[in-house]
Structure formats: structure tokens, C-alpha cells
Write a protein that binds this ligand. Structure first.
Ligand SMILES: [Cu+2]
Length: 369
């Protein structure tokens, strides 16, 4: 792949991030392009949406989000699979290699992923807002191991845990049509591989040994690749109602150092929000995601477990989310925003067997200066 493209974008993004030091627009007054929408709770999209709003020239924003994803139980396509189903019927792609049984023998039962995301936005001009976001990720996965090469006798259980920095995204939001009831902007982003992809952990094998091995893809903290994240965002407003939609892609530019690339990802979302007051809005949102399988394979990841197979990643999901935004308009907390959004699955068609996501929760704080 062409390495020049990400290099150039990174250079531009880096320079752009330094530029604000030279700018002198602290506390710039709202302009025509920086309308009063930023001063109502619904001036920001539901907290799970990134890159939804621009800032006026010289304005900064700091944000913190906490996101939890809870996964339990496996499915293949839209069918749920029990642990007994998996260990009796799902072939082990590594069968034939030493010590590899013909079917899967280790089954993930539950996974919790917590992400702490810190973001920065800066209005370079009224039309261009720069963004940077990084994350700290914690993952834990509970498994049950079945005894020996066949049968449904449980040997025991174990948990693997990883934590550390995730990937970092730099971007720019470019206003296209910024006035009136219908507004549009472009999302340009690049994700840098600051998250680890060589995390290890101790597992329980069907032969009752406890080796420390490289953990499967799902437990790694980053993609290991430079990814482009292009997108487009639409925002509309009429009276106390506001709505919006966003399409966002994640395109892996190359394979990583371990020999694979996570699947490209496409996400579409649309939401509707209602203002109870300037301070409080509530929202409902639909989100659809399509992600491909892993391309390539890490030769150090192998075992009779679904997560070791690069084909058991990606799929198509739809989620229904409910949220609320609160903006402090007076007093010492003025300009602080708090938000919450929770999601439940509507549709899960997974390249499986794969753990299914049962719910998500995002809490956020934002403050503009
Ligand atoms: Cu912002």
C-alpha cells in the first residue's frame, strides 16, 4: 500500500495541532458559523457519537468518556450456540498441528471491555475543527475449558485480562454547509497504532496445563495498523427537536507487524433529540455496523478456541440507544456538559462463533474554553 498518504496526513495533522499555540483567539465570541446550537444541551450529538460538532475559531474543548461493553454467550450468524454445541460441533482450524484437537475445547463465556477516552478539539477556523483522541482500555474474558480432545466434561475455568493504551485518532472536521437548519461537515481522521497487539496471558488447556501465550485478537488493545477514518455528518434542527446522521469508515491501510489487519469497518448512525430546556435534552439513536473478518493471521495466536480464528471476527449489528445530555448554563459549573447513553442490540449477525454484545454504556464529560 501507499505509505505516502498516511505519512502526509499525519504530518499535516501534527502541524495543525501545533498551530493553535500561535493563534490568539481565547474566548472568541460566537460567530455566525459558531451558532447558538453549541450553547444548548442538544448542540452536541448523543455522547456515543464522535466528531459531531464544530467549534468556533480559537475555541478548545476537552472531553472524557467512559465506555463499557458487555458481551456474553456466543452466536454464529444469528443463531446462539451453547458451550456444549461449540466443543462438539465447531472444527478447530489448527487441527493437524501438534496438540491440536479436532474441535474447539475452550469457550469464552463473558467479556467486559472498558474504555477511558480523552479527547481534545480545537477550532482552527470557524470552518475547520481539529480533533485528537486517545484511550486506555481494560479487557477481561472468562472462559471454560473442556477436558481432553473430545466430550463435554468441563475441566475448569480461567480469566484473561489485558489493559493499556488503545489506538490514537487525529482528525479534522471540515464544515461544508454550516448555516441554517441543515448543516453538513466532513470527518477526516487517521488512527495511529499506539495500542499493543502482543499482549500475553495464562490459559488453561484441555490437557490441564497452564502456559502463558499470546492472547487472541479480541484481547489485544490496538489494531496495529494505520487506519483512515473518513466520514460525513449531517445535523438538522427545528424548534425543540434536533436530529442528525453520520457515516464513518475505518479503512486499514496495511497489515500490522504480526501479519494481519482487522476488518474494515463501516458505521452508520441516525438520532433524534428533544430539548426539555437549554440544559437538558434526551435522545434516541440507531446505529448499524458492518465489519469484515480479520485479514491474515498472527502465527503466535493458535488454539482450540473461537477467538484464535481470524475468520470469527466482524459481522453486522444494529443497536438502539437512549441518551441524555446536560449542559450547565449558570454558576461555577457553567459550560460543563455531562452525558449518558446506553445501547441494546436489535440485530446481531456475527461471523462466528463469536461473543455477542448484550449492552453498551457511555458516560461523558465535556468542557469548552
Ligand atoms: Cu467539541
Amino acid at each position: 500500500m501507499n505509505r505516502l498518504v498516511p505519512g502526509t496526513i499525519f504530518a499535516i495533522a501534527s502541524l495543525s495541532l501545533l498551530a493553535p499555540c500561535a493563534a490568539a483567539h481565547p474566548g472568541a465570541a460566537p460567530t455566525a458559523q459558531h451558532p447558538k446550537h453549541n450553547h444548548t444541551a442538544s448542540g452536541h450529538a448523543p455522547i456515543g457519537v464522535m466528531g459531531d460538532h464544530l467549534h468556533g475559531q480559537g475555541e478548545w474543548m476537552v472531553s472524557y468518556r467512559f465506555m463499557r461493553m458487555e458481551m456474553a454467550g456466543s452466536r454464529d450468524g444469528t443463531d446462539t450456540l451453547s458451550a456444549d454445541n461449540i466443543v462438539t460441533s465447531v472444527p478447530n482450524r489448527f487441527f493437524g498441528a501438534p496438540m491440536q484437537p479436532p474441535t474447539l475445547r475452550v469457550v469464552p463465556e463473558e467479556m467486559t471491555m472498558d474504555m477511558h477516552m480523552v479527547g481534545l478539539m480545537y477550532g482552527l477556523t470557524d470552518r475547520v475543527t481539529l480533533t485528537a483522541m486517545t484511550s486506555f482500555v481494560t479487557k477481561d474474558m472468562d472462559h471454560v475449558t473442556f477436558q481432553g480432545p473430545a466430550g463435554t466434561t468441563e475441566l475448569g475455568s480461567f480469566t484473561t485480562e489485558t489493559s493499556g493504551f488503545g489506538d490514537t485518532t487525529l482528525g479534522a472536521l471540515i464544515g461544508v454547509d454550516m448555516d441554517g437548519a441543515h448543516r453538513w461537515h466532513l470527518n477526516l481522521g487517521i488512527s495511529l497504532p499506539t495500542g499493543s497487539i502482543d499482549e500475553t496471558g495464562t490459559i488453561l488447556t484441555p490437557m490441564n496445563t497452564r502456559p502463558t501465550v499470546r492472547l487472541p485478537y479480541a484481547m489485544q488493545l490496538g489494531s496495529g495498523t494505520i487506519d483512515l477514518k473518513p466520514g460525513v455528518t449531517y445535523l438538522g434542527r427545528a424548534g425543540d427537536w434536533s436530529w442528525g446522521a453520520q457515516a464513518l469508515g475505518t479503512i486499514r491501510l496495511d497489515e500490522n507487524d504480526e501479519g494481519y489487519a482487522l476488518g474494515d469497518r463501516f458505521e452508520g448512525t441516525a438520532w433524534l433529540a428533544y430539548d426539555f430546556s437549554r440544559s437538558l435534552s434526551v435522545s434516541t439513536r440507531l446505529k448499524a455496523v458492518s465489519q469484515g473478518q480479520i485479514d491474515g493471521i498472527d502465527p503466535l495466536i493458535a488454539g482450540p478456541v473461537q477467538t484464535a480464528d481470524p475468520d470469527n471476527y466482524g459481522g453486522e449489528t444494529a443497536e438502539l440507544l437512549f441518551g441524555a445530555n446536560y449542559l450547565f448554563t449558570d454558576g461555577p459549573l457553567a459550560k460543563n456538559r455531562l452525558a449518558i447513553e446506553a445501547g441494546l442490540p436489535l440485530h446481531r449477525d456475527l461471523n462466528g462463533p463469536q461473543l455477542e454484545t448484550d449492552w453498551t454504556l457511555t458516560l461523558g464529560w465535556q468542557r469548552a474554553f
